[in-house]
Ligand binder design. Structure first.
Ligand code: XMP
Length: 514
């Protein structure tokens, strides 16, 4: 990263709030470099990073608890502007002699904020504004030297500040979209209070990631498992930019990919970017082990194991590999629980890559969200088809064939799926849908084609909208599109005589059928 940008960074101290990384990301959206660091990072390290601003995140604890997470009080004496959000505000209050207590009712949800004093945070913003609260404790009395700048109906201190010391705090969450002017408030803090110019761009993400990878890897050899998806592709390209031919990508084609997927990855990486790539054609091996297996978990287990074994063999063949690149995103990290955040669910990343292998991990996307990764991918010149690819499960088509997996069924499903995707793209709906795909249940039904009776497979169309795959709704695809897809699949794919539509949401269903 260039020197002057390094000096204009904002550090977000993580007290374990679910929105902590979102704060860092919103700051980056304001085109200011921002990083999330543990709340107890030593003062000397914080000072040496020369931040232009510090933000204290929310957190699940009470500042009044014994052992509540508290930063080094020296951060308030650095002369650097500090913005406390929720728990961060309560910390500012407590550390400066204000009173924090638990009111009778916790507050969760939207409410109206009233600005009651002039403040650089609320510059050019309306006196009444919708904001999002989520807290149990509240500041009941501001510390000496602090001015209350906003209230809500139930909160005497919804925002406060000590302009002289450049300490600011808000009880609500500006990083959450439901806070109508949240992003404007952050801009006011960053540009107005911290005096940072908005110069940080996706190019800066790339430069910074490249420098970090170089520092971590040195002259070591690196491998990266490519899946064809955007995360592993971007991680691989960043690494290639950083260390060139020290990187070898491994693409394990298990024979369960969609139509044209293997060639596309090969074209992009080997022929366009000239990244060293090992394309392992392991179809026979996977299909051999899957023969006759119908149990969904059984299929997943076999595929995971074979994947690891194939990957290990290739790594051994390359020899002397010390580093493994993974496209782990921030959402993968937070769902597995960071040190201070509550654990929501365990997340197994990257289709069964080896956990117990003796590699040091390189994770250049660890601080990014999916849409930031896509922006970086576009900036790196990845083809649109990879940057905007809908998620595809590691076990591939094997979990979209219900019943045993055979080459015949795979061929049918691949063709039907390609037709569906082609038509969805043609209708301009591909990016709007979280996923759209075909499923082949191993049942047959009777039909009539020409004068002949047929006894063939149905194809089920599954298309969902979602923000994060935790919940999903079935997509209301236009009838004309459904009609075209159905007619094309039945006419063009031998072995199919019926098309059905899955109209279930998640929960209670799941997105995939297995
Ligand atoms: P479900 O079916 O649980 O899927 O609603 C949620 C999301 O996860 C994807 N998925 C997987 N992704 N390896 C992956 O990398 C897997 O084993 C796997 N299983 C499901 C699924 O496509 C959906 O986006």
């Amino acid at each position: 990263m260039r020197r002057e940008e390094e000096a204009r960074r904002v550090l977000v101290l993580d007290f374990g709030g679910q929105y902590a990384q979102l704060i860092a990301r919103r700051v980056r959206e304001c085109r200011v470099y921002s990083e999330l660091i543990p709340y107890d990072t030593p003062l000397a390290r914080i000072a040496s990073a020369r931040p232009a601003g510090i933000i204290l995140s929310g957190g699940p604890r009470s500042v009044n608890d014994a052992g509540a997470p508290t930063p080094d009080p020296g951060i308030l004496e650095l002369g650097v502007p500090v913005l406390g959000i929720c728990y961060g505000l309560q910390l500012l209050a407590r550390m400066n002699g204000g009173r924090v207590a638990r009111p009778e009712h916790a507050e969760y949800g939207g409410m109206t904020l009233t600005v009651v004093a002039e403040s650089p945070l609320f510059r050019d913003l309306p006196a009444e504004q919708a904001c999002w609260m989520s807290h149990a404790d509240a500041v009941l009395e501001p510390p000496p030297g602090f001015t209350v700048t906003a209230r809500s109906r139930s909160l005497p201190v919804a925002a406060m500040e000590n302009a002289e010391k450049r300490l600011y705090g808000v009880q609500f969450h500006p990083e959450v979209r439901h806070t109508r002017y949240g992003q404007d408030l952050l801009k006011n803090f960053l540009y107005g209070v911290c005096d940072i110019a908005p110069t940080w761009t996706p190019v800066s993400i790339i430069e910074e990631a490249v420098e970090r990878i170089q520092a971590q890897v040195g002259t070591g050899r690196v491998i990266c498992g490519l899946s064809g998806g955007v995360d592993s592709s971007v991680a691989a390209l960043l690494t290639y930019r950083a260390v060139g031919d020290q990187l070898t990508c491994i693409f394990v084609d298990h024979g369960l990919m969609r139509k044209g997927e293997g060639e596309e990855v090969e074209n992009a990486f080997r022929h366009h970017f000239h990244v060293p790539l090992v394309h392992v054609r392991a179809q026979e091996r996977f299909l051999g082990r899957l023969a006759g297996v119908t149990d969904p978990e059984g299929k997943r287990k076999i595929i995971g194991e074979e994947f690891i074994r194939t990957f290990e063999e290739e790594a051994r063949r390359l020899g002397d590999v010390r580093f493994l690149v993974q496209g782990t995103l921030y959402s993968d990290v937070i769902e597995s629980g960071t040190r201070d955040a509550a654990k929501i669910k365990s997340h197994h990343n990257v289709g069964g890559l080896p956990e117990e292998m003796d590699f040091e991990l390189v994770e250049p996307l660890r601080m990014l969200f999916k849409d930031e990764v896509r922006v970086v991918g576009e900036e790196l010149g990845l083809p649109e088809s990879i940057v905007w690819r809908q998620p595809f499960p590691g076990p591939g088509l094997a979990i979209r064939i219900i019943g045993d997996v055979t080459e015949e069924k795979l061929a049918i499903l691949r063709e039907a799926d390609a037709i569906l995707l082609e038509e969805v793209r043609r209708a301009g709906l591909y990016r709007e849908l979280w996923q759209s795909f075909a499923v082949l249940p191993s049942i047959r039904s009777v039909g009539v084609m020409g004068d002949e009776r047929t006894y063939a497979y149905p194809i089920v169309i599954r298309a969902v909208t979602s923000d994060d795959a935790m919940t999903a709704d079935w997509a209301r695809l236009p009838y004309e599109l459904l009609e075209r897809v159905s007619s094309r699949i039945i006419n063009e794919v031998p072995g199919v005589n019926r098309v059905a539509l899955d109209i279930s949401s998640k929960p209670p269903s799941t997105i995939e059928w297995e």
